[in-house]
Design a binder for this molecule. Structure first.
Ligand code: ATP
Ligand code: MG
Length: 425
């Protein structure tokens, strides 16, 4: 029997989850500045929602899906990414309807599942923050969305993230490039990894995305997709680059970047950073103008990204960025003797109901141990309650930092703690 967590998963304990909450809240506030609203879709979807939209020959679909048949014989998969489910939801809820303001901008936060080999920054259940924008083919949308991720990194204090940019062009450009790539790779087919030999047949652009050494070497001198962009695609890409420059967002062009999902066209991008000298992508996305149409909606341009929260927190940690999370407690009540037990409970409840955070001793411990707890909890104020305090209705309230102390009436404290505490804060 296995009574441990499944491989590639993580328990996030309270100390650590404060960091998660902080980053999530920070991201929510950043995204709201860009007028994004939160969307919550199911954690599992029909297999077909993911399989063809993400791409039949992608690693995600061929190797990494957590799929199963449920008791009703439905082919279900835990979601491996956020875009396909959100597009499914966009179409199903008819957000394309004229009465819904365009563009539609939504973000999500949640678990994603991929059957991968676990390693640093790579899990089987991981968390993504993502954003999707529907209904604008304006290159300003591409740039605004990348700028939103950029602002999130910058405002969190992360250094050394580089924006890698490429364009896949429209489908005509892509078809022309696909042929050029087949012509280039076919003579060296034997040198490619087994997977890439298959990719060459099924979806040659995938070879560019391979992480195998032999494939990386083979594609080093591959033709550049940028040489195959038609005029429309070129103009879009030029506009994106110009606007990035206007906003002073630095970028590098990376012509071998194709992204791990099939639905992209035109702009694609990744934000990459270095951790312990190896490169790690924190955030990746791009334009997907055909996806709404694929799900049975009207032709609708789309742009979005997914951002790995584990990787974001890892980078914050590695770069020594302390998040200003508040672990403090307003009041700790030290309890001495049986007679103080029930009154102590009444007091912490009264404090909590007045909006303060409060904790007390439950274990009948010596005062010294209780004071240690107050320190460990970073209690701002300390109230000591023993038999005589209960009898007289008066107790000592101490500022746990300055050690300044006042005598307070327990009745007053229950009625208006704000007024009393103001004297000590
Ligand atoms: P990679 O090339 O690293 O496998 P990917 O192309 O599969 O990434 P996307 O599908 O674009 O990644 O997902 C967007 C982001 O989600 C990634 O940039 C990364 O931050 C995060 N991510 C993807 N897979 C995992 C995973 N298994 N564990 C943790 N984070 C992940
Ligand atoms: Mg991957």
């Amino acid at each position: 029997m296995k009574l441990q967590k499944p491989k590639g998963t993580q328990d996030i304990l309270p100390q650590e989850s404060l960091r998660w909450q902080y980053v999530e809240q920070f991201a929510r506030e950043t995204f709201q500045k860009y007028h994004y609203g939160e969307i919550r879709t199911p954690m599992f979807e029909h297999y077909e929602v993911i399989s063809r939209s993400v791409g039949d020959s992608t690693d995600i679909v061929t190797k990494e899906m957590y799929d199963f048949y449920d008791k009703g014989e439905r082919h279900i998969t835990l979601r491996p990414e956020g875009t396909a489910p959100v597009v499914r939801s966009y179409v199903e809820n008819k957000l394309f309807a004229p009465e819904v303001q365009k563009p539609v901008k939504v973000f999500y936060v949640g678990s994603m599942f991929r059957y991968e080999r676990p390693q640093a920054g790579r899990l089987r259940e991981f968390h993504q923050l993502g954003a999707e924008c529907f209904g604008s083919s304006n290159p300003a949308t591409d740039v605004e969305t990348m700028a939103m991720a950029y602002q999130l990194f910058r405002d969190l204090g992360i250094k050394d993230v580089t924006l890698h940019l490429n364009s896949l062009g429209n489908s005509a450009s892509r078809a022309a490039y696909r042929q050029a790539l087949i012509d280039y790779l076919t003579p060296m087919k034997e040198k490619l990894s087994k997977d890439s030999q298959r990719r060459l047949e099924e979806n040659p652009l995938r070879v560019l995305d391979s992480k195998e050494k032999e494939d990386k070497a083979a594609v080093e001198n591959a033709p550049s997709i940028l040489d195959y962009l038609d005029q429309e695609s070129q103009e879009h890409f030029e506009a994106v680059k110009e606007m990035l420059e206007t906003l002073k967002i630095p970028y590098v062009i990376d012509t071998n970047m194709v992204r791990g999902l099939d639905y992209y066209n035109h702009t694609i991008f990744e934000f990459i950073t270095k951790i312990d000298r190896s490169e790690l992508t924190i955030c990746a996305g791009g334009r997907y103008d055909g996806l709404v149409d694929y799900f049975g909606g009207p032709e609708t341009p789309g742009f979005g990204f997914g951002l790995g929260l584990e990787r974001l927190l890892l980078i914050l940690d590695k770069q020594g960025i302390d998040l200003p999370v508040d672990r403090s407690l307003d009041v700790y009540v030290a309890v001495l003797g049986e007679a103080a037990n029930a009154p102590a409970l009444e007091i912490v409840q009264a404090l909590r109901q007045q909006g303060f955070s409060a904790e007390r001793d439950y274990l009948n411990r010596k005062l010294k141990a209780q004071f240690k707890s107050a320190d460990a909890f970073q209690a701002k104020l300390l109230l000591t309650l023993g038999e005589s305090e209960v009898a007289t209705g008066q107790a000592k309230l101490k500022n746990n930092q300055t050690r300044e102390e006042i005598s307070v009436s327990l009745e007053d404290l229950k009625k208006d703690f704000q007024a009393i505490a103001a004297n000590l804060f």
